[in-house]
Design a binder for this molecule. Structure first.
Ligand code: TYD
Length: 395
C-alpha cells in the first residue's frame, strides 16, 4: 500500500457528542487519515483502520431512510429484483433501518445489521434480523437455519469492512450456486473526478473501482456480470455478481464498457492518485479562502447536512465554530448534539433556520438536487450555498 494522501488527524466521523461530554471534557478518539493505493490489487483504502466495534455500536446515527433519494433508489431496485431475479430468500448485509427490505415480504428476507439501535427497527417490524457483524461465524449460523439464499444485497457496507477476504468467503458460503450478489458502493472514478476527498473517513475503509472488485472476487470464483451507475452517495456503482460456475447468466456489455472507462482514466496507475492529491490540496486552500473572505465581512454561515463527509472536510481544512455557527440536519440521532472534532452544534432541521444565515455550507453535497428542490424559495430569494464539490464555490 503506497500512501498518496494525508487528510490529517481526524475524529471518528459518526461519534457525536452530547453537552455532558463537552462539560466533562470527554476525550474523543482520533486517528491519522491517510489514503493509499495498492498497485497489485488496485485497491484504494485508508491506511489506519479503526476496529468495527468502535464504529458500529448501539448508537450508530446514520439512517438510510432519511432521504427521499435513497428511499426512491431502494424502491426502484426492489422492483427490478422482483422482476428479474424472483428470489426465494434475500439476505441483506448492513440493512440499516430497513429502507430496502421494507419493499419485500417479511418471510423472504433476512437482515444483518450489527448496530443494535438500527437492528431493533427491522426486528420490531417483523423482519428476521441478526444484530451481528458479517463474518464466517455468522454465515455458518445463517446457513444452518436458512436454506436456499439466492440473493444477497449489500449497499454501502462492504467498503466499511476491513477484511474483504472474509466478507466474500462468507458470502460464497451462504449463497446458492445460481444465486446473485448485488453490492453498491461509491465509485472511485466519480470520487476522483469530483475531487470528493471527503469520501474518505474511518468508516469508508475502501473506495472501490470495478478493476479492484474484479481482482478481489476472482479468488472466490465470482464474477461481475452487470454494472449500473447510480447518482447516490455522490456517484456509486451497483455490481451484479454471480458464481463463475453459473453459465445461465450472460455477462453484459456494461462491464467491459465501464472497465474501459476506468482504464482510460488510468485508475490502475499510481500517478493518477498523485494528481488527485494535488487537486485536494488546492481545494483545501480555496475553501479556506472562501470562508475567510465571508467571515471578514461578518457574515453568518451555517451548515446543511451534518455528514460524515463534512467531518473530514472540516477537520482537514481546520474549519470550526468560529466559521460555521451550527449545522442543520434531519437525523434524530445527530440533532441536539455536537459534531466530532469541531464540536459544531447540530440543530434539528427547520426551514425557518435558513433565514438565519447569509451562507449555507452544503455538507450533504451528494443530495444537492433533493436539497435545492426543497429549498427552492431560499435560492430564489438570493440565498447562497457554499460547496466544495467539484471545486470550492458559492452557488
Ligand atoms: P449522507 O450524505 O448519506 O452521509 P454520510 O456522509 O454521513 O454518509 O447523509 C446525508 C445527511 O444529510 C444526513 O445526516 C441527513 C442529512 N439531510 C438533511 O438534513 N436534509 C435533507 O434534505 C437530506 C437529503 C439529507
Amino acid at each position: 500500500m503506497k500512501k498518496f494522501l494525508d487528510l490529517g488527524i481526524q475524529p471518528l466521523a459518526n461519534k457525536y457528542l452530547v453537552k455532558k461530554d463537552l462539560v466533562n471534557n470527554k476525550k474523543e478518539q482520533f486517528y491519522h487519515l491517510e489514503v493509499g493505493f495498492d498497485s497489485k490489487s488496485k485497491l484504494v483504502s485508508i491506511m489506519n483502520t479503526v476496529p468495527s466495534p468502535k464504529m458500529f455500536d448501539n448508537k450508530y446515527p446514520y439512517r438510510s431512510s432519511m432521504s427521499q433519494t435513497m428511499r426512491n433508489s431502494f424502491k426502484k431496485l426492489s422492483k427490478y429484483i422482483k422482476k428479474n431475479f424472483k428470489p426465494n430468500l434475500i439476505l441483506e448485509i448492513g440493512s440499516n433501518d430497513g429502507s430496502l427490505v421494507k419493499n419485500f415480504d417479511k418471510k423472504k428476507t433476512i437482515c444483518v445489521e450489527p448496530c443494535k439501535n438500527l437492528a431493533i427497527i427491522t426486528k420490531k417490524r417483523g423482519y428476521k434480523t441478526y444484530a451481528e457483524y458479517w463474518n464466517i461465524n455468522l454465515a455458518n449460523k445463517i446457513k444452518s437455519k436458512h436454506k436456499n439464499i439466492d440473493l444477497i444485497y449489500s449497499a454501502n457496507t462492504l467498503s466499511h469492512i476491513a477484511n474483504l477476504n472474509s466478507v466474500f468467503k462468507s458470502i460464497c458460503h451462504v449463497l446458492s450456486d445460481d444465486g446473485i450478489l448485488i453490492i453498491e458502493d461509491p465509485s472511485l472514478m466519480e470520487c476522483l473526478k469530483k475531487n470528493a476527498y471527503d469520501q474518505f473517513y474511518n468508516e469508508h475503509i475502501y473506495v472501490f473501482s470495478l478493476v479492484a472488485i474484479q481482482n478481489l472476487i476472482k479468488k472466490f470464483n465470482l464474477e461481475v456480470f452487470n454494472i449500473e451507475t447510480l447518482n447516490t452517495h455522490g456517484g456509486s456503482i451497483r455490481y451484479f455478481i454471480k458464481k463463475k460456475s453459473n453459465k445461465k447468466i450472460k455477462i453484459s456489455k456494461s462491464v467491459k464498457i465501464y472497465l474501459k472507462k476506468e482504464l482510460k482514466f488510468r485508475i490502475d496507475k499510481f500517478k493518477t492518485y498523485i494528481q488527485f492529491k494535488k487537486k485536494v490540496e488546492a481545494s483545501k486552500k480555496k475553501l479556506i479562502d472562501i470562508f475567510s473572505k465571508i467571515k471578514k465581512k461578518n457574515k453568518k454561515i451555517i451548515g446543511y447536512g451534518s455528514t460524515a463527509k463534512s467531518v473530514t472536510v472540516l477537520n482537514y481544512c481546520n474549519i470550526d465554530k468560529s466559521t460555521i455557527d451550527y449545522f442543520i440536519d434531519t437525523t434524530p440521532d445527530k440533532t441536539n448534539k455536537y459534531m466530532p472534532g469541531t464540536h459544531i452544534f447540530v440543530k434539528k432541521y427547520k426551514k425557518t433556520l435558513l433565514k438565519d444565515a447569509d451562507y449555507i455550507f452544503l455538507g450533504a453535497w451528494n443530495f444537492k438536487k433533493e436539497i435545492f428542490k426543497k429549498e427552492k424559495k431560499f435560492l430564489q430569494k438570493g440565498g447562497k450555498f457554499i460547496s466544495h464539490i467539484p471545486k470550492p464555490c458559492i452557488i
